[in-house]
Write a new protein. Sequence first.
Length: 264
Amino acid sequence: MTTSDDDLDPDLVAVTRGTDAAAALTRPPGLDRERILWTAVEFIDRHGLAALTMRRLGAQLGVEAMALYRYVPGREDLLDGVVDSVVETLFDNEDGDDLYIEDHSGWQDYLMKLAHGVRRIALAHPSVFPLVASRPPAAPWVRPPLRSLRLVESFLGTLTDSGFSDQAAVAAYRAYSSFLLGHLLLEVTQLGAQVSLLDQPEGDPKAQAATDLDRHPNLLRTEPLLSQNKSAAEFEEALENLLDRLTGVLHEAKNSDDGSVMDL
């Protein structure tokens, strides 16, 4: 059987035989999903999210854009993969990281390490962090920046194993994620990251529809609690906590001999 020029044209092959067959024509050795995703992270770090296209990413890897589609079916999947890649580094302890969240001495130590770990991600990849903050999660009640099922499962499991009820653990998850998101978005914005509310991400509906909680028993058990909208109550509670903190600052200032006050 002879091979025509049409059989070697990736664009025509994509139409007639699908993107997998087209990608196989231009797939270089050593190219895989992990390499593509981390190259995308590096590209965003260097050039910003707005500059990222499949064509430019392919050029960065030394391949045609078509070669990427075997591993990342489209831009939405690419962006989801970028977020997952940086978030998963919280579970990476190859270098004996002292912020390794699964090596902790109790729930408070866990939350401290987690907060510092997420902040380290934000500061290492300030142009990527707005994606962590805005990408539609695998389930609608998974809140950024703790936006992976594995991470929320770890969070809830640590607290409930320490004696928190399901209700208390979910309340802590809501308050904690709100604190991290607000603080770190402000911090990366000060570093020059572009945080736009006008270009809302679309998300990958197939990935969201395929979400399986069977491997995440804490999430499966608390899904009804996580799905409740408590935004108004959270706002009021956070505001009251801030006012209580400011009242303490005022009280200390009035009772201090030198007029100094504690840091907020």
